[in-house]
Design a protein around this ligand. Structure first.
Ligand code: CTP
Length: 406
């Protein structure tokens, strides 16, 4: 999450079993390049020790408004002024109630109240039993807190520490990290609807066999995540991949190129940006067998004939909306040699204003990559970096080429 590098985050812990997840969250924040100042309520210290949080954050934990370590003896003022964001995880039902009332009799709620609201966002990751979560008092308090400017990240659903099952689990650390990174990103694509295709397609031969390729979908998922962080509404059409859905993104799962074509052409009618990262199979078996093809003992191999799949990108790029400039199309080219030549020719063939070239065998399945951006004016290389960082650069590049909306 490149957006978190160099940021200073106050990580507040209120009481709850989910405090054990905050240790991992702290570790992920530090790994993403943020500095983390942990502040704990007295209740939080019943669930995890300040010693653990100090070791993981590399900074002494604050837990009292009477902490004399600050020169001016005002930790509640200093901590909020220094922060780029205040994140409360876990945020208990009681803590939400305290925020709703503007209470300030202990350090964490005090610093939330004293933070400069227009500059320092307050994010809450609630965690509680499902009955507590559904209780009208909690819901009412949350509405109030949201009206007062806090960002409520939502909760997960599943087994709870109390043995019950339902809504109220704290989001996973990776999910919270993603939401925080999005919160801190410039909203360069606000008002846009971005459509992304990602991953391989799977072309059935029979019910148990098929043809696919080595695309992992990582680049397309990173692009969808970066577009959402830039404030766009995002629809992600994914072939068969093993990746979690980026937060806040609508995901449509498909198998074959024909299904991807139908889904993409449908959503393209409302999108303003289309980014085709999918490694769509060029051909499919002419006739998929409805039953498993059996060996007949003769040693003969079954004859396989292929037909060409529709070109999703070329089809959409030649639509009325794309040609009139309402829909900005971006293609990818996975080549194995002569990247610039092949990718430049592909950009013209597909009829897209911007094409992203990369070397297929060097990127499929990897977490990093190197890209070359090609448009009518020329090309620009983006050196090897994580796919998430590259996706951020690509989205910034697209944002410079599409109209500002709001
Ligand atoms: N693409 C698509 N539908 C297809 C084939 C490709 O939408 N049936 C898109 C890909 O998502 C990518 C771009 O077209 O954005 C180029 O894909 P690539 O596989 O590199 O090119 P092909 O057109 O298949 O050409 P070739 O395989 O001959 O290099």
């Amino acid at each position: 999450m490149t957006q978190l590098a160099g940021k200073h985050i106050v990580l507040g812990l209120s009481g709850g079993v989910a405090c054990y997840k905050s240790a991992e969250l702290c570790r992920l924040l530090v790994k993403a390049g943020a500095t983390v100042q942990v502040v704990m309520t007295e209740a939080a210290a019943q669930f995890i020790t300040p010693v653990t949080m100090q070791a993981l954050s590399g900074r002494a934990v604050y837990s009292s408004q009477w902490d004399g370590r600050e020169r001016n003896n005002m930790p509640h003022i200093n901590l909020g002024r220094e922060a780029d964001a205040v994140l409360i995880a876990p945020c208990s039902a009681d803590f939400i109630a305290r925020l709703a009332q503007g209470r300030s009799d202990e350090l964490l709620s005090l610093l939330c109240l004293a933070r400069p609201m227009e500059r320092v966002p307050l994010l809450l990751a609630p965690a509680m039993n499902r009955e507590m979560w559904q209780h009208p008092a909690t819901q009412r308090n949350m509405e109030q807190v949201a009206r007062d400017g806090a960002v409520i990240l939502g909760v997960g659903n599943g087994e709870q520490a109390c043995g019950e099952t339902g809504d109220g689990r704290m989001l996973e650390p990776e999910e919270i990290l993603e939401d925080l990174a999005a919160q801190l990103s410039p909203k360069t694509l606000a008002g846009h609807h971005v459509l992304v295709t990602a991953g391989p397609t799977f072309e059935a031969i029979d019910p148990v066999r098929g043809i696919t390729n080595l695309s992992s979908g990582k680049m397309g998922f990173a692009v969808a995540r970066a577009a959402r962080a830039a404030g766009a509404q995002v629809t992600l059409i994914a072939g068969p991949v093993h990746l979690p859905t980026p937060r806040g993104v609508q995901r449509i799962d498909v198998q074959s190129a024909a299904q991807m074509f139908d889904a993409a052409t449908g959503f393209a009618s409302a999108a303003s940006v289309f980014i085709a990262t999918a490694a769509v199979a060029d051909w499919r078996p002419a006739q998929a067998s409805s039953q498993k093809i059996k060996k007949d003992g003769s040693g003969d191999v079954p004859p396989l004939a292929f037909v060409e799949n529709p070109d999703i990108l070329a089809g959409i790029a030649h639509s009325r909306r794309a040609e009139s400039g309402e829909l900005f199309c971006v293609g990818f080219a996975a080549e194995s040699e002569n990247l610039l030549d092949h990718a430049s020719a592909k950009r013209e063939r597909k009829g897209v204003p911007l094409l992203v070239g990369n070397i297929g065998p060097a990127t499929f399945g990897q977490d990093d990559n190197a890209l070359i951006l090609i448009d009518a004016q020329g090309h620009r290389e983006i050196p090897r970096a994580s796919k998430q960082a590259l996706a951020g650069e690509l989205i910034a590049e697209i944002a410079r080429r599409v109209p500002v909306r709001d």
